[in-house]
Design a protein around this ligand. Sequence first.
Ligand SMILES: *Cc1c(COP(=O)(O)O)cnc(C)c1O
Length: 453
Amino acid sequence: MKFVSTRGQTEPVGFSEAVAIGLAPDGGLFLPEKLPNLAAHLPQWEPLGYADLAFEFLRLFATDIEPATLRGIVQKTYGTFGLADTLAPLRKLDDKLHVLELFHGPTLAFKDFALQLLGNLYGHQCAQRGQGINVLGATSGDTGAAAIHGLLGKPRTAIFILYPEGRISALQERQMTCTGAANVHAIALDGSFDDAQRVLKEIFGDSEYAAKHRLSAVNSVNIARVLGQCVYYLSAWLRLPAADRGSVEFVVPTGNFGNVFAGWLLHRMGMPARGFKVATNRNDILHRLFNTAEYRSEAVQPSLAPSMDIQVASNFERFLYYALDENPTRVRPVMAQIKATGAYRFDVLNKATFSASRATDEEISGVIRRVYGQHRYIVDPHTACAFKELNPARTSVVLATAHPAKFPDAIRAATGQTPAHPALEALKARAIVKHRLPADAAAIKAFIAQHAV
Ligand SMILES: *Cc1c(COP(=O)(O)O)cnc(C)c1O
């Protein structure tokens, strides 16, 4: 299986290469050259456990990795999540309403499903090439923690995560700084998240330095993340009563459009479903897109669901590619205009089974209270966005993207309950190890050079 760039100016590459380079050199995102048709596989996959299902699905794409090796990578990945039946439980709240809990991984957020896999794929590549890798990223919260836990203690790898000192939650900081692993370097910058991103850009902009230290970016666009996320949709779909499968709507808390895109891609490969609802917080660029056919970035506003405080949906380009008939010469001018002006208006936007909703902070609190009252079930502020406008007549699967214990203040304010999780409590007893550095590329580069593998 080859992977092509959405912008069509990169030679098609194999799976391992697409994973290693992340972003295509022409600035586009990788997608499979031709999507497999899953219709014939679905009945055979029904009895499989999660890791076996992940293996059978991923082997259709990772054709340049020996099947036995790939099976090992996948088993190692999903073995860390605990027992098979607690990996991605599908909870039934009422006859039509199911919640797919994706927060039982090491950092208690759905990003673990993709970043644990990516970490093991990197580990495999390092071993195969006999070369180390230094992963660098900037985070305002969840992605940094999930990326760190994907690489924790892996040989020949080091990870450097920049974050703004004092501007992420105490629990998020603990998840990154209390790992005890020697290959993890949490760098608290004196500055804002924008400063951290600026420094990151500057470091990657020095291509000689980046090549010398074999730097790789943590980003939300790696194709392995998308494919890794497809598996939990498949797993949920296969556990629904057969009569509900074709009419189910997946409702997905959305920021970068990565999670919901994975489900939609699976639908394109032949998994029947009624549709996919993009649930945003007050940063509603995608809600506006699907309701007005205009994509327009605005200033980011902080919200109760911080991992969705995004106004540039990185994975949107992948949807665009399909919406424009898989024609990269049509994708390029649209992306160029978005880059130049921050906006694009479609004459006709083929919404292709997508719909959208948005929730303000007040609505998020209201939903948390209502769902707790109706079902005695506590949802985190991200998941709450998805409960905003559920259609009770329809079979819905809501994707729960984070454990409520990660956001105790918002939950307490809404319900009076304070959710806890033993893994988070355990962190409170451990030492914080972080490096305070100025938001200055030269200082960070010197630090990386000293600690790189
Ligand atoms: C990252 C994140 C999201 C948004 O996912 P995207 O793939 O960026 O759309 C939603 N909820 C939580 C808890 C997250 O960490």
